[in-house]
Design a protein. Sequence first.
Length: 698
Amino acid sequence: MNSTYPHSLGASVAVLHGVGARVEEKLNRLGIYTVQDLLFHLPLRYIDRTRIIPIGSLQAGESALVQGTVELTQIKFGRRRSLLCRISDGTGALTLRFFHFSKSQQDRLQRYTRIRCYGQVRHGTQTLEMIHPEYQLIADDQLLPVDEHLTPIYPTTDGLQQNRLRKLTAQALTALKRHNNDLPELLPDKILKKFNLPELSTAIVYVHHPPPDAATRNLMEGIHPAQQRLAFEELLAQYLSLRRLRQHLRSHEATALTRHGNLTMTFLRQLPFTLTTAQQRAANEIRMDLKIGTPMLRLLQGDVGSGKTVVAALAALQAIESGYQVAIMAPTELLADQHYSTFHGWLKALAVPIILFTGKSNKSERNRGLSILASQTPCIAVGTHALFQQGVVFAQLRLIIIDEQHRFGVHQRLALLDKGQHTYIFPHQLIMTATPIPRTLAMTAYADLDISIIDELPPGRQPVNTAVIPTSKRDDIITRIKQACNEGRQVYWVCTLIEESEVLQCEAAIDTCQYLKDKLPTIKVGLIHGRMKGADKESIMAAFKSGELQLLVATTVIEVGVDVPNASLMIIENAERLGLFQMHQLRGRVGRGSMKSDCVLLYQSPLTEMARTRLETMRNTNNGFEIAQKDLELRGPGELLGTRQSGLPELRIADLLRDVKLLPDIHIAANILINQYPDCIQPLIDRWHGKDIDYGKV
Ligand code: ADP
Ligand code: MG
């Protein structure tokens, strides 16, 4: 045995018994690098092997530990050969069934052998059964102890057995006992008392080795005080780190955008509509922020079609009027193109230079754009991430607008901020999203942002009427499309993911397009998908927008942002595969004008329970907030916030949905720490999110 055993918590897992290169690589895959990481790798659930259950009292469905004597072992031939072993303990009989077995196994399960097994109980032909139970033979004189605590089941990866994880965790717990100082309690007594939290190491030991009398149900649901203690600390650390990010950003200087020409007035006068009250309110909040010499960090939240773009245009004009440059970043080329033409249309009378930067811009366009940006000319640059490629230098960038934020990460935001940094003056930031994040969640997830909400749709909008129809009735839809087109309406036909493969999705769209052309020879049908060249996409969109094309077959490339108000019928194929919020985004492409709009969700039977709930929700409501709430319930917040894409530090233990109740306490605890125990903050953040956020950048 290694002389330094047990190892310190900071040591690599490689020092533990049973960890060779291959196991280490698997542990790394689970995010486990150090001994301490094992302590924070918490069980998903538990099984109870602390008691032996009398066979006579077993219920089908439960998992149980039983012990008995073999009465009969035989091979049963039939549709599927199986080895059956009947055991009894005097209270009843149970059959163990093995589909995979060896001769030696059969020999060992002799009559009168004592056996202990664990497995799930189900109904069998004669007695209750266990299929492929874990089992252990007991020698005549052997006293086999039961487990002293509930057995944890850990999240794992291919080829890493539960047993191995349990043994490694046991070593880590021994290390914790010897090196308690390696994992100090970071929360002051005051906070532990106030919120009734157990100590950290007590909580950790408990969740890995709960005693037999533990409240199993609470543990299974993740709401046991020991688990909640850990979730509390994790959420607190995340909240503190986001607050600090915000503070860092705000400690920089920004330019107060105060000069007022008459661009804004002229713009509003020539706009074909008046702003809704909600748009005005949001625009005012932004205007006030921009007038101040600290960087604005504002999230503009508004349901699909609520009119965020025009609010962004007003912000942009304020920067232009003050003599500065604006960057508008969109998640897709399609959307960048659309913003470019929208802004172009709105602003051409005002002679504001607008530049488009996407991956497809050719060299001379790009150079022309670059020279304007370098020249201190007030202008608007619209683009994809190409906007923050190397070599794009803004002389006077003071405002960054990011559309559909959930597609961009915190890190990309920071990279954009760099663009303004050579002057040491930070740009203001406006982030637009259609994801209506519930308030409490938003406070945690976006603690670094202020929020403006557009909670009203432009007048005259009619809710989209949604029908849910099996694919087998696809031909009926054809008649509907024909009718709609004859009435001058335009139609989207959306082909969704077959696999997570863009290629297959495009092929499906090409086939469907041909099918529709054959069925609808008098209708002008166009096709757009992700693998088309940028210029081709652009011209197809333009043709659809101008009404030249009547039916547009599309992949989910049109999911976000696309705005063609005359389109009023949408058919979504394989809707059952889509997430709720994705369907909502797609459906948001219709119902953007004053016309009555329809959406048909085609599905492939049979439907899973989840899919049925999703489709029903879509049929029952058009309200993005309700849909997001339901999505949250069905899928959890990681999906809704797009945790992965948004670059938010991932939560290891807490679950925002389950633990949302903790958030108000966490905000209070954060204030106590900030005011009274500021020294605790850094170690807390390091423990949970050490390397996730690069403060060096901000
Ligand atoms: P989103 O919030 O989804 O980005 P858009 O900004 O694309 O929505 O706006 C949707 C449509 O509504 C656009 O065609 C836009 O011109 C129109 N629109 C925006 N504001 C108003 C308003 N106040 N009155 C009427 N139409 C509006
Ligand atoms: Mg939009």
